[in-house]
Design a protein around this ligand. Sequence first.
Ligand SMILES: Cc1ncc(COP(=O)(O)O)c(C=O)c1O
Length: 391
Amino acid sequence: MLDAAKKLLVPSKRSDVPPFIVMDVMAAAAQRESQGARVIHMEVGQPAAPAPATAIKAAQAALARGRIGYTETLGIPSLRARVARHYQENYDLALDPGRVVVTTGSSGGFILAFLSLFEPGDRVALANPGYPPYRHILSALGCEPVLIETSEETRWAMSSKALIATHQRTPLKGVVVASPANPTGTMMDPDALARLIAVAEAEGIRVISDEIYHGLDYALAAETAANVSDHAVVINSFSKYFCMTGWRVGWMVVPESLVRTIERLQGNLAISVPTLAQVAAEAAFDGRDEMEAVKHGYEESRRILTEGLPKAGLDKFLPVDGAFYLYADISKFSDDSLDFAKRMLNEASVAATPGIDFDPVDGRHFLRFCYAGSAAEMHEAVERIGLWLKR
Ligand SMILES: Cc1ncc(COP(=O)(O)O)c(C=O)c1O
């Protein structure tokens, strides 16, 4: 091939982001199922339940009306108002709907937040372990993700002390916090969150708070960063508590000064968020009873795992505070979580995600279990893992 033609095939360096290893686990699980195995899926972080009936009915009615056009770039006004009301109802916060931006899942929110807050080369702190797309989106945008290690001492959350120590070595421009967090399922207590935000903002570090797992808190009540600071950027989604992963709709609460910037960005990048998903999302707020019932199911699954896994042999895991994740230490069995996950899938037909997806430093010692499945599945998973580890 001519050199000139070869050049036409080369993708940009910044697009060279790693894949999600969990997708490889899903593919391997699907292959085992095609061979007749009955796999218990604990690898993917999504609810097993459908969207609330109120959401589905609203979407069906919108479809029946026929025309699905663009919406306002910042989102359907009644949905933005409904999101603002959610803050009043859940956090006792009077929020101006004008600060709410509807996004394509929280994933779309990260792109808008990072683009509107950071320049290429800016350093942005992330807790390690953490949700991989934070670092991959930042890298693709030319920013530098800076991993801050967490430990038992800080309840596996980023401490304000560690943030400032990192900033003093080389200045940071931003920090992403998440509580409840993925993959750990741990939460920051509201005081620690407020301290971190105060310390960061005093140094001019922009705070982005990923609140996608709010609503799924069992150990303590989650506090929104919007209640702590008007300068924080809050990102949330209908994917988890509202059981609407595939609808691809979320929202942000942004400082007033950023609204027009984000409107211009989203207008150019996407025009607007899918209309049908927005209509369904607004109606999802009326499906609270259904969502609370699903949450009680997670609480039961959490109980089964926290009681059952130690008996099965996995007796070390992080505090199981929220979301639907249990992050288990497998170091007494293996120091290669990818190999351990593969063997557990092939020999016990239980799929979980290796920690290396979330933690390049110590993830080889951990597995993430998602407990969004049924109680019967959780019982069976515990039994299968116990038999497998004791063979
Ligand atoms: C911590 C965290 N943030 C964001 C997302 C992205 O979710 P979505 O784009 O569906 O809102 C996920 C998905 O698993 C997640 O775990």
